[in-house]
Design a protein around this ligand. Structure first.
Ligand SMILES: [Zn+2]
Length: 155
């Protein structure tokens, strides 16, 4: 079985919508960069990876190893996470910053939006940050509604 790289997964779509909703513009799946980052901000030299916990070997509940073919999966997933580490190293040698967002960490969309924003605004003169504005909260709500709707459709 060949591992097909999953693109346009739900976690990734969520990250894209939130990032776009905050006014950041990005390119998708830059094949010229190590690891083909999911979201790429060229002018900032920043990249975001959205990692599925199982495939990328996150140490969390979602990433439990299947009961059968254990050796196969353990090796496969270990290889994936070694490759991830290597790619992140290569990116940093090219002076790129990267942020890894794990599938299991995307539930709190307000926190997610803050993580993304502080990653992307880093190294820019600090802005005066007030509490999250009404518009942004509406964006997050709109995303959540859209996600709920698409999940309902899927069932
Ligand atoms: Zn996880």
């Amino acid at each position: 079985m060949r591992l097909v790289r999953s693109t346009d997964t739900k976690p990734e779509l969520l990250v894209r919508r939130i990032t776009h909703g905050m006014g950041f513009r990005y390119r998708l799946h830059a094949r010229d960069l190590p690891g083909v980052p999911d979201l790429v901000f060229r002018s900032k030299k920043k990249a975001i990876f959205v990692h599925g916990c199982f495939w990328h070997g996150h140490n969390c509940r979602l990433a439990r190893t299947p009961k059968s073919h254990v050796t196969y999966w353990v090796h496969k997933i270990a290889r994936n996470s070694e490759r991830d580490a290597l790619n992140q190293q290569k990116l940093s040698h090219l002076n790129w910053d990267c942020l890894v967002l794990w599938e299991c960490e995307l539930k709190d969309e307000t926190a997610l939006a803050q993580t993304i924003r502080s990653f992307l605004n880093e190294s820019i003169a600090p802005l005066k940050e007030g509490p999250i504005g009404g518009k942004e909260q509406n964006d997050v709500r709109a995303v959540r509604n859209a996600v709920d709707k698409s999940q309902r459709k899927a069932h």
